[in-house]
Design a protein around this ligand. Structure first.
Ligand code: HEC
Ligand code: HEC
Ligand code: HEC
Ligand code: HEC
Ligand code: HEC
Ligand code: HEC
Ligand code: HEC
Ligand code: HEC
Length: 409
């Protein structure tokens, strides 16, 4: 072969190699993030079997921010100090994955959650201090005096353990004391394997528990202007934005999370859903919370990202007037009941006479509904499901009371 041909071949070959190298350099870096040793060892081996056993778990995990951040199955499922464990194909798994396993990486969220009423007070509302350690009880009492240190709920006891477990506690175990010393569960709003922020910002996620005649938040929301707009414009909103960067451009319409938790346009994010409240609306007669002013200021700061201060302040004045009017109505009914009791016309036991159920519905359904409706834009709930029922049931209470009195004569 003549020298000239060899020379040309070398030049062409060399150019091709240089070109190939240049093209390769310009390509995005190869994704090797999924193959660190622990990832292969834990997720790889867990996923290998679980793609067969519980395929949906693997698919959900694969779409999560955790998977993208190289968090493995084992990072959550390994047994930590103080947790019951079981051997599972050479892995030591936690018997229960609890908020302790999340806390290891998300301390801030855990601490905020743990001081909220979603934590031990939710449990205490049903079970009282049962199964709560002395240390945890003392800590909780500092934040919410009387919320856990109280007897088990009388109605729950009457309904019995089966209804308590699958009824009350299906919602209230969000704050259960765990056997490993931690409190509650983080997955009610995020779910276990999607661990999604977008899911947690969906109204329906909160509405799993915040529904029904005794706390009609999801129903009120869906009827409010906010809910109507949200449902109509849902596709135009971005619910998955990093909480530290969430703006009113991503979510110009508020959901439950926006008002009660989000750090909209630079505000502080919180997992303490108690922080922005100013009244005990769930109570029979609603008084101001100890942090009344701070709570109201924080909530109003959120409204003010979208509304003018005159309308926000006006809204609060009107809602507070509904609280005062409802307190008066419930107060009158409570006096009526106290009169019957002190005159010996009722037994000391709760829930053994029809009038006790009627009085319970009076404040627990209709009184609460009126107050919640006023604070979350539910006109129908202030009116027909609230005040109208209060008037109607008061006449029924009075009739029953006078029947009891004439029977007692
Ligand atoms: C060799 C196959 C195999 C491997 C490896 C494996 N698993 Fe499993 N896993 C199973 C089978 C089979 C079940 C039982 C499924 C059932 O009951 O329907 C199971 C059940 C489970 C359960 C439910 C246990 C219960 O009692 O509720 C969890 C949680 C779990 N695996 C997590 C993991 C994690 C995390 C890993 C990796 C660290 C892993 N598994 C590795 C096969 C495997
Ligand atoms: C962000 C933490 C986290 C990660 C990551 C995670 N899990 Fe889980 N997993 C949980 C929690 C929490 C539960 C509920 C545990 C409980 O109730 O004890 C659970 C439950 C399960 C169950 C039982 C499901 C059922 O409904 O019976 C299986 C099986 C399981 N995980 C497998 C896996 C596998 C496989 C991976 C990886 C592909 C994985 N998990 C990754 C947190 C996690
Ligand atoms: C081993 C550490 C680790 C554990 C354990 C862990 N996480 Fe995470 N988590 C992370 C990392 C890292 C990210 C990604 C952070 C980022 O993208 O800024 C993350 C992100 C998240 C996010 C945001 C998801 C999103 O869409 O941006 C949520 C919610 C979350 N974790 C919840 C949980 C819950 C609930 C548990 C327990 C069941 C848990 N994590 C356990 C490390 C962990
Ligand atoms: C569908 C979910 C769900 C069920 C079932 C449920 N609750 Fe609740 N409960 C809630 C929510 C949500 C609140 C918060 C209401 C509010 O603040 O407006 C609440 C509030 C309470 C409160 C007032 C708050 C407090 O700490 O004193 C008590 C008491 C209570 N529930 C007891 C019970 C009992 C007892 C049962 C069963 C007989 C029960 N709940 C069933 C979701 C539920
Ligand atoms: C009542 C529902 C709820 C519960 C319970 C809950 N979260 Fe969240 N979480 C949310 C919402 C909503 C957001 C997004 C807040 C926002 O809109 O900015 C969020 C955001 C997060 C983020 C992202 C934070 C950031 O700044 O990037 C992490 C991590 C997280 N949660 C972990 C947890 C852990 C750990 C627990 C349990 C201790 C928990 N969550 C319990 C609703 C919840
Ligand atoms: C698994 C059930 C459950 C889910 C899901 C849930 N909550 Fe709750 N929430 C409760 C219970 C139970 C209480 C009552 C706690 C108590 O006894 O005071 C409560 C109380 C509250 C309170 C009142 C706190 C106080 O100090 O009185 C707010 C506000 C709240 N939740 C907001 C939310 C928001 C926002 C979401 C969704 C991002 C949400 N919750 C999701 C069960 C739930
Ligand atoms: C536009 C903002 C906004 C939205 C959206 C919103 N809330 Fe509220 N919420 C409020 C205000 C304001 C209060 C009364 C605060 C106070 O006590 O000062 C309140 C009160 C509550 C309470 C009553 C706590 C008690 O004392 O009984 C609960 C529980 C609650 N909201 C849950 C929800 C849930 C669940 C959703 C979604 C279905 C939701 N909120 C949507 C603003 C909002
Ligand atoms: C993320 C933005 C956003 C937040 C936060 C927000 N709103 Fe709204 N709000 C809206 C939008 C958008 C409308 C619909 C306005 C229209 O009719 O065009 C609306 C409508 C209303 C309305 C009915 C129309 C009116 O102005 O009379 C009331 C009342 C209201 N909001 C009160 C509040 C209160 C109180 C808060 C805080 C507790 C709040 N909003 C928080 C966006 C927000």
């Amino acid at each position: 072969m003549p020298f000239k041909s060899i020379f040309i071949a070398c030049v062409i070959g060399g150019s091709l190699m240089v070109a190939a190298l240049m093209i390769n350099r310009a390509r995005p870096p190869a994704d090797t993030s999924g193959s660190t040793p622990t990832f292969t060892q834990a997720t790889g081996r867990c996923a290998q079997c679980h793609r067969e056993e519980t395929a949906a778990v693997v698919h959900q995990f694969e779409r999560s921010a955790h998977s993208q951040a190289n968090i493995t199955c084992y990072d959550c499922h390994q047994a930590l100090d103080g947790q019951e464990s079981n051997e599972h194909y050479n892995f030591t798994l936690a018997g229960d994955v609890t908020s302790l396993n999340c806390q290891a990486c998300h301390r801030t969220e855990y601490d905020q959650f743990a001081r909220s009423r979603h934590a031990l007070p939710a449990w205490g509302a049903v079970r009282g201090a049962a199964e709560v350690s002395a240390d945890l009880l003392a800590e909780s009492e500092q934040h919410h005096p009387g919320a856990v240190d109280r007897p088990a709920n009388a109605l729950a006891l009457l309904e019995g353990p089966a209804a308590m477990q699958t009824g009350c506690l299906a919602c209230h175990a969000i704050g259960a004391p765990n056997q490993d010393g931690s409190i509650g569960t983080c997955t009610e709003c995020h779910s276990r394997h999607s661990t999604s922020i977008a899911l947690a910002r969906e109204p329906q996620t909160c509405g799993q528990c915040h529904m029904g005649p005794d706390h009609s938040q999801i129903e009120i929301y869906n009827e409010s202007k906010h809910g109507a707009l949200f449902n109509a414009q849902r596709p135009a909103l971005d619910l998955g934005v990093d909480p530290k960067r969430l703006t009113t451009a991503d979510m110009p319409i508020p959901t439950c999370a926006t008002c009660h938790m989000s750090g909209l346009d630079g505000l502080k994010v919180t997992h303490d859903t108690t922080e922005r409240l100013s009244y005990w609306l769930f109570a029979e007669v609603s008084e101001q919370r100890p942090g009344y002013l701070a709570g109201q200021t924080e909530m109003k700061e959120t409204c003010l990202k979208c509304h003018a201060s005159t309308s926000v302040n006006g809204f609060y004045v009107e809602a507070e007037a509904v609280v005062a009017a409802t307190n008066e109505r419930v107060g009158a009914a409570r006096d009526l009941m106290a009169g019957l009791r002190s005159d010996g016309l009722l037994t000391p036991e709760p829930f053994d006479e029809a009038i006790e159920f009627l009085y319970f519905d009076f404040w627990h359904y209709f009184g609460r509904t009126a107050k919640h409706g006023a604070f979350m834009g539910g006109a129908d709930f202030v009116q027909w499901h609230g005040n109208y029922e209060l008037l109607l049931k008061m006449t029924e209470l009075e009739e029953m009371a006078s029947a009891l009195r004439s029977a007692g004569d």
